[in-house]
Every structure is written in structure tokens, then in C-alpha cells.
Ligand binder design. Structure first.
Ligand code: AMP
Ligand code: ZN
Length: 462
């Protein structure tokens, strides 16, 4: 069965054929780092992590390049830096905010079982590439300077609006924002704007300034994935204007007929029927949720709904996700084995536009079969369950780790990081450090066992 993905551009479930099966490429718009990410922001990260895992399975681990950027230049970041570090020079204050927030984001999504993307580029490390692209757009007649800005001229592109399926006349008629007099067309958008006073700036042919939001993704996707790549993803709210404008910039600067082959968008995570968002104030941060729930339960709950559907986020649904995981962990193969066969039901479901609810149902069917089986047949089924769940980023922990950490309220993530650090110290023959970490774990009530087969396991002793 071939992989099919819903493409926002064609509005169809298209069969996926990569440009180059030995180098499949995916770009997902990442966070703007000024504050803790909320649980809605976790949705695209988890959804595209499942896709990343599936692509690695289909095309080979080393044949998929996944880029998820970090937006570390934005007016919200400036405001936060001025508020939190008024005594520091602006650049330092901004760096403090963006570094701490990006680190927190990486920790949060790791706890949700997400693999690291191949590249996680930062906007501020790609300013010359953006300036270069804006220069090309000006030279090719797709941009103009006005009112201290460089703007993209939307009328210079015949099919502007193709992704969001809007045409320019509709946009003009429906425009609710006041027309800014320096714009030739109300839909023209900023590529570069001049900075003054308390705003960060970089030298450019148009003066000291900073990039608009959209240009960063055009510049970074080109740098890391090339002029045309396979999959571009993000939440529904990014279709317009962000992705529409990225697409316009890239195609017009590079003279290509497409930017990405497939455009994928996840639906919203909602609270009482409303999109979870910072501006509505109805958000819970990933960090807060992880204090009460294992990251895996959050992930499981997220995957119970198809990625294009809205999800209503409730504690009751998290609780039942946690209970379902208990059931799965009870039957997980004990021997860490991921060498089981993949279940065709799970794989087929994922290949059908990432149908994770159907994949979880297939896992449940294996669970039922395990209960009815015995002996070697049961062992094979348990291995199949583990291997198939792993494809979704689930059931990675040893059974004991799941239950012990659930029961004792131990911070599993921290313990696992310490165990890994101790292993690294032992490999480097740094026995003092290895003993120090063992003591630190003992203080947390965790004992570690170095097994004959070279693995290290741990358990809670209290
Ligand atoms: P932002 O930091 O708002 O640019 O969002 C980062 C990513 O999270 C984007 O892909 C958004 O589309 C996505 N996102 C934001 N809020 C939600 C939500 N409530 N549900 C699902 N995705 C969201
Ligand atoms: Zn983007």
C-alpha cells in the first residue's frame, strides 16, 4: 500500500512520491521562542514526529531530512526581553529569552517522545540568506521599498493565493485591516523593516533592520532542503498568510513552479470548543502538563484523534489515555525487543494520511489477541505490539520503568538523563563522575543495576 497524504494545495489525498527517495525532505514551522510552548503547539510537533518516523521506516533512517526552525526574531521577543531583563543591553536580553525558551521547548518535546529533527536552524543565524533572497525578489520585480519597509508585491505573482484558495479581489473586498497607505496592495507583506531604538537590527542594503516573519522559512528551507522539497507542515492557522507568503517568496525568488510538493496542516487543539492560544488565555503549557502526566500519556491522547480533526483537550481524556497505556504496558514485551514484525494494520493506517486513531485501534486488536494467546505465539505478538507501537513513538520504556515511575511519582526523564550521563562517564572511564551520579540517583531513591549484557536498568527503592 503506498503512502497517501492529504495535500492542502490540491485538496486531495495524493499518493506520496518523493523527489529523491534517498533524500526525503520535510520542513515544519517551529516555535517563536518568547515563552513556554502550550499544549496546542505540541500538536504539530507530535504529528510530524509520527510522519518523520514513518518516512524513516519507509525510506531508511538516513534518508530523511527533517528541518524544524526556531523563530528567534520577533517583536514579541523584544517586548519580553525588555520586560524581563531591563538592565541588560538589548542583544543580551534577547539572547537570554530565546536561549532559555528554545532549551525549554526542546526539553518539553523530548518528554513527549519526539525525535530531534535533523536540523533546528535559528532565524538569527540565517539573516544573510534572507537578505540575499530579498535582494533577488527586488531585482526580479517582485518587491519594492516603501515607508521604511521592503514589501512583497502580491500582484506580481499570477497565482498568488493558490495554497489558501483565495484570490486577491476577495482579499481586498474582505480586508478588515485599515489599508496602509505605503502599500501598493493591501495584501502586500513585509520582507524587511527598518529598526530603531529598542529593536534589534542587522545591516542590509536597505538600512539597519530586521526580517519579516515569512522570509525566514523561505531562506532556511532553501538552505537546508534545496529549492523544492517534499513536505511542508504546520498548523491550520499557518496556511494563510504564513505559508501562502513563504510559497510566493520562494517561487518568485527561485523561479520554480512549486516550493513543496505536499502541504500538510494539523487541526486545532481546543478547550471547550475554542482554539487553545496565548491570546485567548485558555492555554496550559507543556511544562505544566508534564508535572501531572507522563509525556507518553499526552502523546497517546493526541494521537487518538486524526491530525486534521480538532481535539477537545480534557483531563478526563488524559486520564483514559493513561489507563490505556497501563493496559498496553502490562502486555509489553519484557525483553526490550523491538525486533518484532510490524503489524500491517498499524502500517496501513499510518500510510492512509497518518490515520493514528486507526493505528491505535490496530494496536488494541493485537492486545486482544495477546490475551487469547499463550506460549511462543504470545511472545511473538508481544514483540509485534512493541515494535508497532514504537513506530508511533509509544511503548519505548521498559514495563518496570513505566509502572514504577507512575507509582512513585519519579521524574523519569531526569532519571533517564542521569543514567545516560553515568553511562557516558563510565565509557570515558571517569569513575569519580560515575560514582557521583550513582549517589545522586540514590538520593532520589533510585538504584541502578549494571547488567551482564552491558545494559543498565534502574528501579525505585523506597
Ligand atoms: P505559534 O508559536 O503560534 O506560531 O505556533 C507554533 C505552531 O503551533 C504552529 O504550527 C501553529 O499552527 C501550531 N498551533 C498553535 N496553536 C495551536 C492549537 N491550538 N492547536 C494546534 N496547533 C496549534
Ligand atoms: Zn514557516
Amino acid at each position: 500500500m503506498p503512502l497517501r497524504l492529504y495535500n492542502t494545495l490540491t485538496r486531495r489525498n495524493d499518493e506520496f512520491t518523493p523527489h529523491d527517495p534517498s533524500n526525503v525532505s520535510m520542513y515544519v514551522c517551529g516555535p517563536t521562542v518568547y515563552d513556554f510552548a502550550h499544549i496546542g503547539n505540541a500538536r504539530p510537533v507530535i504529528v510530524f514526529d509520527v510522519l518523520f518516523r514513518l518516512l524513516r521506516h519507509l525510506y531508511g533512517e538516513n534518508h530523511v531530512t527533517y528541518v524544524r526552525n526556531i523563530t528567534d526574531v520577533d517583536d514579541k521577543i523584544n517586548a519580553r526581553a525588555l520586560r524581563d531583563h531591563p538592565d541588560l543591553p538589548l542583544n543580551e536580553a534577547i539572547a537570554r529569552v530565546t536561549e532559555a525558551t528554545a532549551r525549554q521547548f526542546d526539553e518539553d518535546v523530548k518528554a513527549l517522545g519526539c525525535l530531534e529533527p535533523t536540523h533546528e536552524p535559528r532565524a538569527t543565524a540565517n539573516i544573510p540568506q534572507m537578505i540575499d533572497m530579498i535582494g533577488t525578489l527586488l531585482r526580479r520585480g517582485h518587491a519594492y521599498e516603501a515607508g521604511g519597509e521592503v514589501l512583497f508585491d502580491v500582484t506580481s505573482m499570477a497565482d498568488y493565493g493558490a495554497l489558501s484558495h483565495r484570490n486577491l479581489d476577495e482579499q481586498q473586498a474582505g480586508a478588515r485591516v485599515a489599508v496602509e497607505p505605503h502599500k501598493r496592495h493591501p495584501a502586500d507583506f513585509v520582507l524587511w523593516k527598518l529598526s530603531s531604538g529598542n529593536e534589534p537590527g542587522w545591516d542590509s542594503p536597505w538600512g539597519l533592520g530586521r526580517p519579516g516573519w515569512h522570509i525566514e522559512c523561505s531562506a532556511m528551507s532553501k538552505r537546508y532542503l534545496g529549492e523544492v522539497f517534499d513536505i511542508h507542515g504546520g498548523g491550520l492557522d499557518l496556511i494563510f498568510p504564513h505559508h501562502e507568503n513563504e510559497l510566493a517568496q520562494s517561487r518568485c525568488a527561485l523561479g520554480t513552479s512549486e516550493m513543496a510538493k505536499v502541504w500538510m496542516h494539523n487541526g486545532f487543539l481546543q478547550v471547550e470548543g475554542q482554539k487553545m492560544s496565548k491570546s485567548l488565555g485558555n492555554f496550559v503549557t507543556i511544562h505544566e502538563v508534564l508535572k501531572d502526566w507522563p509525556g507518553e500519556a499526552v502523546r497517546f491522547n493526541m494521537l487518538r484523534t486524526h491530525y486534521r480533526q480538532p481535539i477537545d483537550w480534557t483531563n478526563a481524556s488524559l486520564l483514559s489515555a493513561n489507563d490505556a497505556l497501563d493496559e498496553f504496558y502490562r502486555l509489553r514485551a519484557d525483553d526490550y525487543s523491538t525486533h518484532g514484525d510490524l503489524d500491517s494494520g498499524v502500517l496501513d493506517a499510518l500510510q492512509d494520511d497518518l490515520n493514528t486513531p486507526a493505528a491505535l485501534k490496530a494496536l488494541n486488536d493485537i492486545r486482544t489477541k495477546i490475551k487469547l494467546a499463550s506460549g511462543f505465539e504470545q511472545i511473538v505478538l508481544k514483540r509485534k505490539l512493541t515494535a508497532s507501537a514504537n513506530l508511533l513513538g509509544l511503548l519505548y520504556k521498559a514495563k518496570t520503568v513505566w509502572f514504577v515511575s507512575r507509582a512513585a511519582g519519579v521524574d523519569t526523564q531526569n532519571v533517564e538523563a542521569l543514567v545516560a550521563a553515568r553511562l557516558a562517564a563510565r565509557r570515558a572511564r571517569n569513575w569519580d563522575e560515575s560514582d557521583r551520579i550513582r549517589d545522586e540517583l540514590a538520593k532520589l531513591g533510585v538504584a541502578i543495576m549494571d547488567n551482564k549484557d552491558g545494559t543498565t536498568t534502574w528501579e525505585v527503592k523506597r
